[in-house]
Design a protein around this ligand. Sequence first.
Ligand SMILES: Cc1cc2nc3c(=O)[nH]c(=O)nc-3n(C[C@H](O)[C@H](O)[C@H](O)COP(=O)(O)OP(=O)(O)OC[C@H]3O[C@@H](n4cnc5c(N)ncnc54)[C@H](O)[C@@H]3O)c2cc1C
Length: 375
Amino acid sequence: MAKARHAEIVGGGLAGLAMATALGQRGWTVRVHERASELRMFGAGIWIWENGLKSLGVLGVADQAMARAKSISAFDIRDQDGQAMMERPFADGDRMLLPPRADLYDALIAGATKYGAEIVTDSPVRSATPDGEVILEDGTTLRADLVVAADGAYSKLRESLFLTKKVDYLWEGYIRLLIPRLPDYSDSVISEYWNGSRRLLYCPCTDDFNYICLACSVDDVRARRVPVDKATWLESFPEHEAIIERFPEEGRWDRAVNVTCRRWSSGRAVVIGDAAHGQPPNLGQAANMTFTNVVSLAAAVDSAQDIPGALRSWEAVERPLTDHVQRWSQLYGKIVGHWPENLSPQRTRFLQFATALPWVQNQFNRAARHTPYGA
Ligand SMILES: Cc1cc2nc3c(=O)[nH]c(=O)nc-3n(C[C@H](O)[C@H](O)[C@H](O)COP(=O)(O)OP(=O)(O)OC[C@H]3O[C@@H](n4cnc5c(N)ncnc54)[C@H](O)[C@@H]3O)c2cc1C
């Protein structure tokens, strides 16, 4: 019997664990290196669209990940005057579920473990080589048929392989939190409230919790504070006191970044997830694209004699859609966020017009409606 192929994966986030599951399913031996001392996910929800759901289905983890998730059927996006600001309709067959991140993460840990992945915590990695070597911080060198850099947007591994083209630090950032569920609010509608460059996003999540994402400029010092400065958010959204008064002490702030790579692979080493295509979260597609790309990546390398060649062919197939999502996510942020505050009513009129165009809606939904490999 042929010896199983082996992968060393760097990063125990959503991308690394999805990759471990996908390769494990195909009989590879897999080791995941996570620099943190435990695998832990912070409190927030995550939008999982049809493409992500199908990919998680191929990985065999969708049922566990989505067990408590609310199913979303509509968006309600309003400006400072309570006017509907834009259209994001769901067509027949568009599905979006909203699980807690921790449920998704636990399902991927279970998936990776089921297929025999070895997950090593307290294992920071220094660099990788195109020959399939991983060099740990303590100097140990490990060899593999495939090295996967899944170490996030600020990836050290990507740069050790000279794959970075650009990391843009964007003007906006986000605080994410979970609040006790409000029975008076819809269980299936995502509501987004705008006031100037501040946004309050309210997402149904489980029977017990709702997911809140607060977006603001990085220069908006009071708004980006954690624990959240409730008074300043109340000034912007007084009508949503019922939501704001439930904000807990814990929350997580992240600045938006956009990552572009020269290539996604070098020899036997490949970058995935935010390390390859970190982006502002405006379309809620980054992790969905990761799952889609991971499923096809596992298939591409599994059947290949020439792994570097297979990685290049895989990128040629998968990258255009991922680039499209990144472009539209950035464009959305630029148009909506950089609009002068004194011209907010014009912003509403422009967005109402633009987002009613079927062409624009198709650009937003292209990734969600894409059928992933193997689904
Ligand atoms: C506000 C916000 C909302 C979002 N909402 C959505 C959404 O609704 N839907 C969606 O699809 N996506 C969403 N995303 C994007 C999604 O969260 C990310 O794409 C995803 O979490 C990235 O996973 P990752 O595993 O690639 O990276 P990370 O989560 O950054 O994981 C990288 C892991 O690698 C480890 N690591 C780093 N360096 C090393 C090293 N040298 N050695 C060993 N380990 C290392 C880290 O500790 C970490 O565990 C959102 C992002 C933001 C900021």
